[in-house]
Design a binder for this molecule. Structure first.
Ligand code: MG
Ligand code: MG
Length: 272
């Protein structure tokens, strides 16, 4: 059952989304060769709690940490550990937070120092596919329209679209209806209605779309051990159009990146 949100609830969700956005911005400043994913996890937990929120993943389905940290060939759900990042790594970071009874859920794949050009391309295309998908989250469209758009964009670049893991409705629960696959057929699936809030999150592999699950019960990696990227935004359907609740602006501020990619999805100016 899809649980639509009131305007007031969407504003509370925006607050949660901005907390996870700020947290990823803090991490952007700290990511460099030599830092461990466990150190970054502690930094994120402090940041989330300093904003009066609680980590959204910690304890959720018994997950042990604040962040899912998935380097290189790991797709999602990697567990932070004491291994230092090295120059040329990529690290997909997924962060959840709960405040005022609502979750924020946000992910970004970071480069650690200089990375290979083909990996840079994977990150760029995966992030572009996120916006290609968000553009289809509008009145009278359906779940399949978002999935189709993301899948076509990524497969046209020769990449693999993970099937087993999907985006989702977001609200008082981290995972609400509907499931939001990154693949699909136009015009299929549940219809989008005013007040829906979803997490759209393409998980895109450089090679095969196939994945494997590790014995730890969490970590998912690509079957061919080629890199994978993951970007996630929280989006509300407001006045028939997609309205971004999360933002990469804090990350871009930290990294000195100029971007207007989010502007078309904001009905009001972003207040950082
Ligand atoms: Mg997430
Ligand atoms: Mg999510």
């Amino acid at each position: 059952m899809i649980i639509v949100k009131t305007k007031e609830e969407i504003e509370l969700m925006r607050e949660s989304a901005l907390i996870v956005s700020k947290t990823l911005g803090e991490l952007a400043k700290a990511i460099k060769p030599g830092v461990t994913t466990l150190e970054l996890d502690k930094l994120a937990e402090t940041c989330v709690r300093d904003h009066g929120a609680i980590p959204g993943f910690l304890g959720l389905y018994d997950f042990p940490n604040t962040l899912c940290m998935s380097p290189n060939q790991q797709v999602v759900h990697g567990i932070p550990n004491g291994t230092p990042l090295v120059e040329g790594d990529i690290i997909s970071i997924d962060c959840g937070a709960l405040k005022n009874g609502f979750y924020g859920d946000h992910a970004y794949t970071f480069a650690v120092g200089e990375i290979a050009a083909e990996t840079e391309k994977l990150l760029q295309v995966t992030k572009e596919s996120l916006y290609v998908g968000i553009r289809e989250f509008k009145a009278n469209n359906r779940v399949g329209d978002v999935g189709y758009a993301i899948q076509k964009y990524c497969e046209d670049h020769g990449y693999g679209v993970v099937r087993e893991l999907v985006g989702h409705g977001l609200g008082a629960k981290m995972h609400e209806d509907p499931e939001m696959p990154n693949y699909g057929k136009r015009g299929r699936g549940k219809k989008f209605v005013e007040g829906m809030v979803v997490a759209i999150e393409p998980m895109i592999n450089m090679g095969t779309h196939r994945i494997k699950q590790h014995r730890d019960g969490w970590t998912i990696t690509t079957l061919d051990n080629k890199p994978s990227a993951h970007f996630e935004h929280d989006v509300a359907l407001v006045d028939g159009k997609p309205e971004l609740l999360s933002t990469f602006a804090y990350i871009y501020e930290a990294l000195g990146i100029e971007s207007n990619e989010e502007e078309e999805f904001r009905q009001n100016a972003l207040i950082l």
